[in-house]
Design a protein around this ligand. Structure first.
Ligand code: PLP
Length: 391
């Protein structure tokens, strides 16, 4: 039986897959089971930060794999402690909780914010405010945090204690905080799944100020924007704010599942032994991969990411069939004249794999994608954007 048929028969039907089966890869090139090669402009949805089988990452992971693959959190391991130190050293955050995914990183963030506010203000301070059009994950609680109605349908009852305001509406947020005992405010600096939309700086700064004045933990969801994706280690660093909690995942492990919740001064000691946990959390192999990713994110590398981001934007902006280029750094949204799905389909036929986000084409290439490969992919994308509507 072929792979497509096998998958369709036995794998739960929760994904709309492209008719491509990936067998292997190297850097930003992927090879299908049919032997065809593709340029990877999605990096597994922003996960393979240094592409496929990057030598430094591969060595870090395989070296650890030779030593031990899992211990549980009953014991100390070096990679876990060193990764936490690296993350705190580069952000000024104080402690880290490790999990296995973005949704779990957010679940942990929500627990910290709720317990902090319950202890300091009272248990009725449980509401977490997030933005309309946000995306925070697929567990029932992070689904409830997600400000997009269509994800909620037929999964009710949702977890209580979430409210949503429009991005940019600081007045609305202030009113909501006045009327609702609030445990935390959570936002993405660039709404990813919502269509690659960067928040306005004045709004982000206003939210940070409000959180400070009212002693409300500010949670920044950096699951997609984090780990160098936007040209800074974390996207909040573009805006000169200091969050109380930062959640991240996707690009952190370079391709292995890891989530991290970074805890600032205010909340660092709120949870104690028994309050939270994860069997796999802090897995030494995943942490070894993440250390190798994070240690390479120095100023020089960030400058290279910013330069590549500039090149992508300059190449695409104003091209035929392209209405706008959105996002931040190497997190790119392309508003196209043709429906985004058709552009992505056409690119795939021409050997370039892209993503969509809402009505946009979305690009999340590996941060170290070689310039010539990037340039080649952008030419294909431009070509696909200007093609006439064939449907
Ligand atoms: C992908 C994503 C999540 C969920 O991450 P998972 O690893 O799929 O659980 C949460 N928040 C944001 C902003 C994301 O982009």
């Amino acid at each position: 039986m072929d792979i497509f048929a096998l998958d369709q028969q036995y794998v739960a039907g929760t994904y709309g897959r492209f008719p491509v089966a990936i067998a292997s890869g190297k850097g930003s090139l992927l090879t299908g089971t049919d032997g065809r090669t593709y340029i990877d402009m999605g990096s597994g949805i922003g996960v393979t930060s240094f592409g496929i089988a990057d030598a430094t990452w591969l060595k870090a992971v395989t070296d650890q794999l030779q030593k031990i693959q899992h211990t549980s959190n009953l014991y100390y391991t070096t990679p876990c402690a060193q990764l936490a130190e690296a993350l705190c050293g580069k952000t000024g955050m104080k402690k880290v909780f490790f999990s296995n995914s973005g949704a779990e990183a957010n679940e942990c963030a929500i627990k910290y914010a709720r317990k902090y506010s319950a202890q300091t203000k009272g248990e009725e301070y449980f509401t977490i405010i997030t933005l309309e059009n946000s995306f925070h994950g697929r567990t029932l609680t992070t689904l409830s945090a997600t400000g997009q109605e269509h994800y909620h349908e037929l999964f009710r009852p949702l977890t209580p204690g979430f409210a949503h305001v429009k991005a940019g509406d600081l007045d609305g947020l202030e009113k909501l905080v006045e009327s609702t005992p609030t445990a935390g405010i959570m936002l993405e600096i660039v709404q990813g799944e919502g269509g690659v939309i960067a928040l306005e700086e004045a709004f982000v700064k206003g939210v940070a100020q409000l959180c400070k004045e009212k002693d409300i933990p500010l949670i920044i969801d950096e699951v997609q924007t984090g780990n160098g994706r936007t040209g800074k280690l974390y996207a909040y660093m573009h805006y000169g704010i200091t969050p109380d909690i930062v959640s991240t995942a996707k690009g952190l492990g370079g391709g292995l599942p890891i989530g991290a919740t970074l805890l600032g001064e205010k909340v660092q000691n709120v949870l104690g032994p028994g309050d939270h946990g994860s069997t796999y959390g802090g897995n030494p192999v995943c942490c070894a991969g993440a250390i190798s990713v994070i240690r390479r994110m120095d100023a020089e590398f960030m400058a290279q990411v910013a330069a590549k981001a500039d090149f992508i934007r300059k190449t695409l902006e104003g091209a035929e069939g392209i209405l706008a280029v959105t996002g931040l750094g190497m997190m790119v949204g392309i508003q196209t004249v043709r429906p985004a799905k058709e552009v992505v389909q056409s690119c795939m036929e021409k050997g370039v794999l892209c993503l969509t986000a809402k009505d946009k084409v979305r690009l999340l290439p590996a941060l170290n994608i070689p310039m010539d490969v990037l340039s080649q992919a952008l030419n294909v994308i431009k070509e696909a954007c200007k093609e006439a509507d064939l449907s």
